[in-house]
Each structure stands twice: as C-alpha cells, then as structure tokens.
Design a protein around this ligand. Structure first.
Ligand code: MG
Ligand code: ZN
Length: 347
C-alpha cells in the first residue's frame, strides 16, 4: 500500500514536471535544400550526412498561396506562422492579416529565442520568424522591426540596414538593451542577456569565398548561451546559401554550403541527444535549380549534376526530426503543418 502511494506520488510529480518543462525547439532550414542537394552533399562527403541520425522523415508540400513554385518569403511564412501567402510576403496572409510566428508564440510562453543565418538577418527566411511586411525587399523596415522585437540573440549579415538607412536612424545605437559584438571571441565571451552579432555589412560571401566565422561555431556558441538559462529556448538556424548555389547552377557552391550546414546539424543533434528535451527539425523552404544528379564517383566523393532552372522548383522537400514529439513530423503534409506540429509540441 505504501509503495503504491509512493508510486502514485512519483507519477503525479513527473506529470507536473513534464508539463512545466516545455521542450527546446531548434528548426534548421536549408534554403533551397531539396533531396538532390542533400544527396549531392552526402555523396560528396564520403557518402555520409548527419541527417542519417534523425528519427523520423516526412515530406512537405511547398507551394505558395498564388503560385505552385514558392519563394522563401511565402514558404518561410508558412513554416513560421502556419499560413499560406503570396510570394514575396512575410508574416501576413492572403487576406492582409498578420500572424504571430512560432518564435513569438514561444516568447509568450517564456522561451529564450535566437536566430542564426548565413545570409543577412533581414533576408526572407529569418525575417519570417519576426517580421510582418508586404514585401521581402523592405530590408530597412524589416531591420526596424527586428530592432523593436525581443529576440534574445541574432547572428547574420546586413549591418548596413541598421546603420546606413534612408531615415538616417542608427538602430544599433537605439537598441540600447543589446550588446553588439564584433567577432567570434567577443560573441563567445559576452555575458549580455541580449546579443546582436552582425557578421557582414551586406550579404555574407559564400563559404568558398571565405565566409567566416563558420556556421558550426556560431551555432555552438548560440546553443551554449540559450541553454544556460532556466527557460526553454527556440532557435532558427538557416543554411541560407544552398539556395544561392542553386540559383547560380553551381554544384560546388551547393555542396560546400551543404557541408557546413551538415556539420552544424551534427552538432545540434549531438546537443539534443545530450540534452534529452530538445526537438530538432531540419527541412527546406523549397528546392532550387531543379537539380538532378547525373554522374559521379562514390569512392572519390565526386558528384555531377544538371540543372533545369535558375529559379526554384515545386517538388516536395524532406523534413527530418529528432526528439520529443518528433513523430509528429512523419508523413506528407503542407509546409504550414510544420508550424502546427511545432505548436502542438509546446502545449
Ligand atoms: Mg533564405
Ligand atoms: Zn531562392
């Protein structure tokens, strides 16, 4: 009888505990990273990718509200806010209604939040998680919205959109609660509650051209900071330039960007395995280039491909998941369901 009582006590305590301890969420978006981009990067990397370590795989339908072929704004909005919209629009649906993003919903639940991208931080994919604008090209407006937001940590290019603006405002000076760091060591040693790290004045160069710091270092430090608090955290990581390699129809560009992203995925997966209460989702907003792998040599990690377009394609993209509620992400669904599933994971 007494042991039964203790068992019941422990069961009810663990129920209370699991309700209080919401999972961390890390969503990693490889922009333009379709199945062929993943295959290319995998074969070019000794037939290996960190994605093999995930628990569930699903497929996401990427079409926009108005077009079969989406852009990063519409698909970013679909995943971040759960609504289909027109190409070019961020955070606003087809009836001109703004929607909170999963990052913003997490903030309301007491989450710490972070954004790390290899493009500028005002580019369509990261912007989908904090901005509401009718055009993705309104970079200065997007930067202003970030300055008014409450994101705890952000890393990416685009400093000029904060400091060299048509309205002559200097948002970095205005964001007095933030520490803006100027290098990886400053970033690592910063003890500030709110940190901005604008890595380049404009768009960062490609990995081949020497983009620095490495995404893996930026994300590892961001993870240390976000996980050192008592609250759960939400983080977006974007491998932004896999898409740009696709637009350039340049397979070496795609592979080099994928390899950096893949290494980062491995670090995030290792963190999640160690942490035990972190949901990791890796997906893409769309495929870019209509890439087909046509030849190569497995034992030399060499791949050859052909492109069908300089733009995006409408093929479904894979969704890899690991951690609490990762099972939700198996199956075939609209990209808006990625928002729904993340939302469900934090109830
Ligand atoms: Mg992007
Ligand atoms: Zn693109």
């Amino acid at each position: 009888m007494r042991s039964l009582f203790i068992l019941l006590l422990f069961t009810s305590l663990s129920t209370v505990y699991s309700q209080e301890k919401l999972p961390n969420i890390i969503i990693m978006i490889g922009d333009g990273m379709g199945l062929t981009q993943i295959s290319s990067g995998m074969y070019a990397n000794k037939n290996s990718t960190a994605l093999e370590g995930f628990e569930y795989v699903g497929l996401s339908k990427t079409h926009a509200l108005d077009k079969l072929v989406t852009d990063s704004a519409a698909s970013g909005t679909a995943m971040a806010c759960g609504v289909k919209t027109y190409n070019g629009v961020i955070g606003i649906d087809g009836k001109n209604k703004s929607h909170p993003s999963i990052l913003e919903i997490c903030q309301k639940k007491g989450y710490k939040t972070g954004l790390v991208a290899t493009s500028s931080i005002v580019h369509a994919t990261p912007a989908s998680f904090y901005a509401k604008v009718i055009s993705r090209r309104l970079y200065e407006k997007i930067a202003f919205q970030l300055s008014q937001h409450n994101v705890d940590l952000f890393v990416g290019g685009g400093k000029d959109y904060f400091t060299k603006r048509d309205d002559n405002r200097n948002l970095i000076n205005e964001m007095s609660e933030y520490e803006f760091v100027n290098g990886l060591n400053d970033f690592k040693s910063s003890q500030s509650e709110k940190i901005g790290y604008l890595t380049y004045n404009g768009e960062p160069p490609s990995k081949i051209e020497g983009r620095d710091p490495d995404l893996n270092d930026l994300v590892s430090i961001s993870l240390e900071k976000l996980s050192s608090k008592n609250s759960p955290f939400f983080m977006l990581v974007e491998g932004s330039q896999i898409d740009w390699g696709g637009h350039a129809n340049d397979l070496d560009y795609i592979v080099s960007e994928f390899k950096e992203f893949d290494k980062t995925i491995q670090s995030v997966l290792d963190f999640a395995k160690n942490n035990g209460n972190t949901l990791v989702i890796v997906t893409a907003d769309h495929e870019t280039g209509g890439l087909a792998l046509t030849d190569g040599k497995l034992n030399q990690s060499k791949v050859k491909g052909k492109f069908n377009t300089g733009g995006h394609s409408a093929t479904m993209v894979p969704v890899f998941s690991y951690g609490p509620n990762s099972k939700l992400f198996s199956g075939i669904y609209e990209n808006t369901a990625i928002f729904d599933k993340m939302f469900e994971a934090i109830q």
